[in-house]
Write a protein that binds this ligand. Structure first.
Ligand code: MTE
Ligand code: MO
Length: 398
């Protein structure tokens, strides 16, 4: 069963799947605005690896919901394929002599990066979506740098192997003269098989389907109950206007009812013409607008569109001297600790008329857990940029 055909089929699946993972991963990184201000930039030494960064668009408004949903769901679905692929090439680990030529030695070293990089990316990704930050430092630089190492080795491997893999899945029937590199995939003295090659593929495919079916529901209200393997799945949140997925609760973030109260809370808006202080009542006297936007988290879960109502970000920019051409904004929350208590938004995000400092959701006051007294909501942006419990907004190019 172990041999070129099995390895080739799995390899071709991974060729497509991992390419999509790499592209959606780079998109997710760009969507986080890593080149704005020191706060968002968790990889200040990225150098040319950030060559492709661009202004993440605000259209379509479900863009990040799609790209990140695909990234996380596909990554989890591919786990059985990756493991089966690694199992299928285990004999190669023990080939002797260790290097037949310089080219062979270089190829084997690239495999270290390929296998090590692949395992590293899958393990850090799964730990992140399971909310298990066991790695030193931030997840972002680890997964980002790891992705480049892994993908570089992956491209080299694909260039070397794809032609042979395609030949193998098309026309390999019965015994034939295998080239040296492929002969190493076949056990020299195999036991009689207990399962056919197609049966083994079925097992891998079934495992992938099972993971897919227990993950994908975290992206769809109404299917969330089925996402039993996802930390934000397994059940729909309680009903009511605030009855949609919550990332960190107010209690977890250490936000007290006293500091959110009408008497205590003031929003500070700073910009080119100075600083203004606004109570919630002051904000309610400004023009209010509605937009239907989802929350889509980097962890892969998302909600359907919610109805937000509040003050346009560009109207707040106008209050402090930016008429017509809003700049970037740096948003800080009441929260004193934690990774997501502040974020920077780009000028195109501020300018979009659907971008709000929301005061209401689904027809009622924001709930404490969804960011009362006020939160940011921006179309197509990752959830992490939608700062809750906003206390201060500083407009100006970052
Ligand atoms: N102050 C603050 N804002 C925050 C966060 C946070 O931890 N603290 N989490 C962010 C993340 S990662 C997400 S996905 C969204 C979740 O919003 P929700 O809890 O209203 O669904 O809020 C964002 N805003
Ligand atoms: Mo998030």
């Amino acid at each position: 069963m172990r041999g070129p055909w099995f390895t080739s089929v799995l390899g071709i699946v991974l060729l497509g799947g991992i390419t999509v993972l790499f592209v959606t991963g780079l998109l997710s990184y760009a969507a986080y605005n890593p080149d704005l201000s020191p706060v968002n930039d968790k990889t200040p030494d990225k150098g040319i690896l950030g060559f492709y960064l661009f202004s993440w668009p605000t259209d379509p408004h479900w863009l990040y919901r799609l790209t990140q949903g695909v990234h996380v769901t596909l990554g989890i679905t591919l786990i059985p394929v990756l493991l089966a692929k690694l199992w299928s090439v285990v004999p190669k680990l023990f080939t002797l002599p260790p290097a037949r030529s310089l080219a062979h030695a270089l190829e084997r070293i690239s495999l270290l990066l390929l296998v090590g990089g692949g395992l590293f990316e899958f393990v850090t990704g799964v730990l992140n979506v399971q909310l298990d930050y066991v790695f030193p430092g931030s997840f972002y630089p680890l997964h980002f740098y790891g992705a480049w190492v892994f993908f570089a080795a992956f491209v080299a491997h694909a260039v070397l192997k794809t032609p042979m893999a395609l030949r193998n899945v098309r026309g390999m029937r019965g015994p034939r003269q295998l080239p040296e590199g492929e002969r190493e995939l076949v056990a020299p003295d195999p036991d009689p098989p207990t399962v056919s090659r197609r049966g083994a593929l079925g097992l891998v495919g079934g495992g992938s389907l099972l993971l897919f079916g227990t993950t994908v529901g975290q992206d769809f209200d109404g299917l969330r109950w089925s996402a039993v393997l996802a930390p934000h799945g397994g059940a729909e949140p309680a009903g009511g206007p605030g009855g949609f997925q919550i990332n960190k609760t107010a209690a977890y973030a250490g936000i007290s009812a006293a500091e959110r109260s009408e008497e205590a809370w003031r929003l500070i808006v700073a910009g080119r013409s100075g600083t203004v202080r606004l109570s919630r009542a002051d904000l309610l006297r400004l023009p209010l607008h509605s937009s239907a936007l989802p929350i889509a988290c980097v962890e892969g879960w998302s909600t359907s569109d919610q109805w937000w109502r509040g003050v346009r970000l560009r109207d707040l920019a106008a209050l402090v001297g930016y008429d017509g051409d809003p700049p970037d904004v740096f948003v800080e929350s009441l929260q004193r600790h934690g990774a997501f208590r502040r974020a920077a938004l780009r000028a195109n995000q501020v300018a979009d008329p659907r971008s709000l400092l929301a005061l209401f959701v689904n027809g009622e006051d924001l709930t404490p857990d969804h960011g009362h007294p006020a939160r940011v909501i921006v179309p197509a942006a990752p959830g992490v940029l939608n700062t809750k419990w906003v206390a201060r907004m500083t407009f100006g190019d970052l």
